[in-house]
Design a protein around this ligand. Structure first.
Ligand SMILES: *Cc1c(COP(=O)(O)O)cnc(C)c1O
Length: 417
């Protein structure tokens, strides 16, 4: 479903023209479509209807309270990777009993907070973490529900920075070591083994890596059963890709059908951790062209959004479609570098885009709902953008634009000596 469409030659979010949003809230501004978010969550879940499952939105993709609250009301659980994300989910009304806690560096304080909240499961990523969690839980008189995150060592065929399921990376434990670590866990009084977890990477556009990984997880589940360890849930992680340009990621229904077929008639609960797939295409970054600059070999459109607002192009050389909000005659199009004002040559949002532009035009950086605002920074002392959610005819400001004075409000200069 596409909630960002042209009506009367003007790009809209649902029923609201993006130029109206720019007039009201300024630019740069993230704009989300509520119906796109609801549709993504419901269509992901639909494939698992009638089966024992839990969809845990990966908070790091977009931690907006409004988005978390919307998903919580639809019945979502949450995949968190820090104590900060735990606090956010609770503040947004998320159910602690539907939280899974991933991440390779959980501190004692984070473990305590999650145990106090009563989360669904810790996804433990190393033998050392298991030992620490056992101690922290035992000291609190609690028992921690645990899955071990295993690396099935399948190639997710994605960008190397966002592939996590291979042997030699910092995530999870090697598949070959998993059984032994489970046996150690089984003997720990502060640990209760609940599941097996795997997450192989992000922006995966084929089904086969998911299925190969799931096969290996099922083999491990069987081996554990033979050792008297019964597994109540399998967490298949996230990672389903979205279409940024011409990718054809698996349909949710095909993904669900294939996973359910693999599971067969086991009555193990399935847990998923989709992030990007639920929010990526539900948001755009709205920006204004400040200057056009023509050099001998290139045309630059310098816009008021930058790598601090949307880091993916600079970080991964990621592609985002860029649309003029009110397109002009294509006959006057030039090929532009779309760049931000940040003092880095890597500060670009798009290369070689054919657009007809004049200064002051608005552009929409498409598919910016995932890993956009969540990775934004204050580099160059730039306030982070406003965030707006559109619901039909109505716009809601869900995060105010940051104010410059607040960017250094926590700082002190040295006293006079
Ligand atoms: C980032 C992450 C996800 C979400 O990945 P997407 O590609 O956004 O679906 C899920 N699980 C874990 C453990 C992650 O680190």
């Amino acid at each position: 479903m596409n909630s960002f469409i042209f009506k009367n030659d003007s790009l809209h979010a649902e029923n609201v023209a993006l130029n109206t949003i720019a007039d009201t809230f300024g630019t740069p501004c993230y704009v989300y479509s509520k119906s796109a978010l609801v549709h993504a969550f419901e269509s992901f879940s639909a494939g698992f209807k009638g089966s024992n499952h839990l969809v845990c939105f990966a908070v790091k993709a977009n931690p907006s309270l409004a988005i978390l609250n919307l998903f919580a009301k639809l019945g979502a659980g949450f995949d968190i990777v820090s104590g900060g994300e735990l606090a956010r989910v609770l503040a947004a009304g998320g159910d602690p009993k539907k939280i899974v806690f991933s991440g390779v560096g959980k501190t004692e304080a984070e473990m305590q907070a999650a145990l106090n909240a009563g989360i669904f499961c810790f996804n433990v990523e190393s033998a050392s973490e298991l030992i620490r969690l056992n101690k922290v839980a035992s000291d609190m008189g609690k028992v921690a529900p645990v899955s071990l995150r295993v690396n099935p060592n399948v190639d997710a065929k994605t960008h190397p920075y966002i592939s996590t399921g291979l042997k030699n990376n910092k995530f999870g434990v090697a598949y070959e070591d998993a059984l032994n670590i489970y046996l150690q866990a089984a003997a720990m009084p502060g640990i209760s083994i609940h599941g097996v977890d795997c997450h192989i990477g992000s922006q995966i556009t084929e089904l086969s890596p998911f299925l190969d990984a799931f096969d290996k997880v099922l083999l491990l589940v069987d081996a554990l059963e033979q050792h008297g360890i019964s597994i109540q849930h399998i967490d298949a992680g996230g990672g389903i890709g979205i279409c940024y340009s011409d990718e054809t990621p698996p349909e949710f229904t095909d993904y669900a059908a294939a996973m359910r077929a693999k599971l067969g008639n086991r009555n193990t609960k399935l847990v998923f951790e989709p992030g990007r797939a639920l929010v990526g295409n539900a948001g755009v970054l709205l920006t204004k062209v400040e200057y056009l600059k023509h050099t001998e070999s290139k045309n630059f459109a310098i816009v008021d959004a930058a790598m601090n607002d949307l880091m993916r192009p600079a970080l991964y050389d990621a592609y985002h479609d860029i649309k003029a909000v009110q397109p002009r005659n294509d006959a006057n199009a030039l090929t532009y570098e779309i760049v931000g004002p940040v003092c880095e040559s890597g500060d670009f949002l798009g290369h070689d885009r054919d657009l007809s532009l004049v200064e002051g035009d608005l552009l929409a950086i498409m598919s910016a709902g995932a890993y956009g605002m969540s990775m934004a920074s204050n580099y160059n002392t730039r306030p982070r953008a406003a965030e707006v959610m559109v619901d039909g005819d109505t716009c809601h400001l869900i995060r105010k634009r940051e104010e410059i004075a607040n960017l250094f409000a926590l700082e002190n200069i040295l006293p006079e000596t």
